[in-house]
Design a protein around this ligand. Structure first.
Ligand code: PLP
Length: 388
């Protein structure tokens, strides 16, 4: 029986050797591999700083902390995301508001965002957290303009979008996560994501003030930097806990795995785009909506999402599963989750997101998907649609 998931990690012998070497080294955590992974990550994206952490959710929580989000502060995210995009700010007591999506890109609709922002005095919203959903880059330049006008910080949830890029109005290529137009950008290294370290996450920024806070909060609010001490430095052992932080550190073992995989990221994005183009072509003449993309972007294709008639979506999901193909529905709109409904959100609040949810289905998309496997997926999808 075949088993073709919608996403999976790709681990080579070189990755395994890197991990084994690290296991034999002096450090299992808080050592040189984390710093190396951070430096390589910053170099790849073209940002000043990277703070590696134990997962993407912790990364989002740390962003909220670094931005000094307080009980009752208003922030805005999208309903079509993993719950963590909203939860990271809820941990700080933020009041999370949602902004509906664009029906083509499925990203936060910046026109709708503008309408929300215009309705309130400048400074009402402390942060906007758009999601580069499926790997499609945000129009960060436009968002940046809005942030200046309305006074909010930008945290891009790019857990799907490492390797994505866009061409800005100056004709320059901007990597998602270079933070030219954002304050902070967040990544995840969960096994379904592009880089898989088991669990893992990263925050990138160009702001030294935010980076210093991230480092402090990542490790209990403790500093060993004598220049920052508030009290007397008693000697070599001395450290200070200055804020209430967490243990959100990644291990050396995970960092080694990440360093090794980061070397293949360009190949991985290229391979994902080849797979996407092949799906596009195969589904051209059948009744399936394939993913939209504009000319000025490189899609990172964490997910390849088709949209089908709402009454066919569940039967197609079940049919594929019977044939060993494990497609997935991403996402159930966050505002329809019982927890968020307890906070006052209702079905009907974000009609475009809710409509999208009825049609969407993510097909297998990962660099090690073979041609033969993809042909099999295509054959099954077309077979199903044509017999309806
Ligand atoms: C995976 C993911 C996260 C959370 O990352 P974890 O590493 O699993 O904690 C957050 N946001 C989005 C959009 C994600 O896909």
């Amino acid at each position: 029986m075949k088993h073709i998931p919608y996403g999976r990690q790709y681990i080579t012998d070189e990755d395994i050797n890197m991990v084994v070497e690290t296991l034999k080294s002096d450090y299992l955590t808080q050592g040189p591999k984390i710093v190396e992974f951070e430096n390589n990550f910053s170099n790849y994206l073209g940002c000043n700083y990277t703070c590696m952490v134990n997962n993407g959710t912790a990364a989002l929580h740390l962003c909220a902390m670094a931005l000094d989000i307080k009980e009752g502060d208003k922030v805005i995210t999208t309903p079509i995301t993993f719950v963590a995009s909203a939860n990271g700010f809820r941990y700080m007591g933020a009041e999370v508001t949602f902004c509906d999506i664009d029906p083509n890109t499925h990203l936060m609709d910046l026109e709708k965002l503008k309408t929300i922002l215009m309705d309130s005095p400048k400074g009402t919203y402390k942060a906007v957290i758009p999601v580069a959903f499926a790997g499609y880059p945000i129009d960060e330049e436009e968002l940046h303009k809005l942030s200046k006008q309305y006074g909010f910080s930008i945290v891009i949830d790019a857990c799907h979008a490492i390797g994505g890029s866009f061409i800005d109005s100056n004709g320059e290529k901007q990597m998602v996560g270079n933070c030219k137009y954002s304050d902070l950008t967040v990544f995840s290294f969960h096994p379904v994501k592009h880089i898989a370290t088991g669990e893992g996450g990263a925050i990138t920024t160009n702001r030294k003030d935010l980076f210093d806070k991230l480092l402090l909060y990542r490790t209990h609010g403790i500093t060993k930097d004598s220049e920052k001490f508030v009290n007397n430095n008693d000697g070599g052992w001395y450290y200070e806990m200055q804020e209430l932080g967490y243990n959100y550190r990644i291990t050396e073992i995970q960092a080694a795995l990440g360093i090794s995989q980061l070397k293949r990221i360009d190949w991985s994005i290229e391979r994902r785009n080849i797979i996407a183009n092949k799906y596009d072509l195969a589904f051209k003449n059948i009744n399936i909506q394939t993913p939209y993309r504009a000319k000025n972007i490189v899609h990172a294709f964490h997910l390849y999402i088709i949209e089908v008639d709402s009454d066919l979506r569940k039967p197609l999901y079940d049919y594929l599963k019977e044939n060993g193909i494990f497609s997935q529905v991403l996402y159930i709109p966050v505002h329809t989750m019982p927890y968020y409904q307890k906070l006052g959100w209702k079905n009907g609040d974000f009609p475009i997101s809710e409509e999208y949810y009825k049609h969407c289905l993510a097909l297998p998309m990962y660099p090690s998907l073979t041609d033969e496997e993809q042909n099999y997926v295509i054959e099954k999808v077309i077979n199903f649609i044509n017999n309806k």
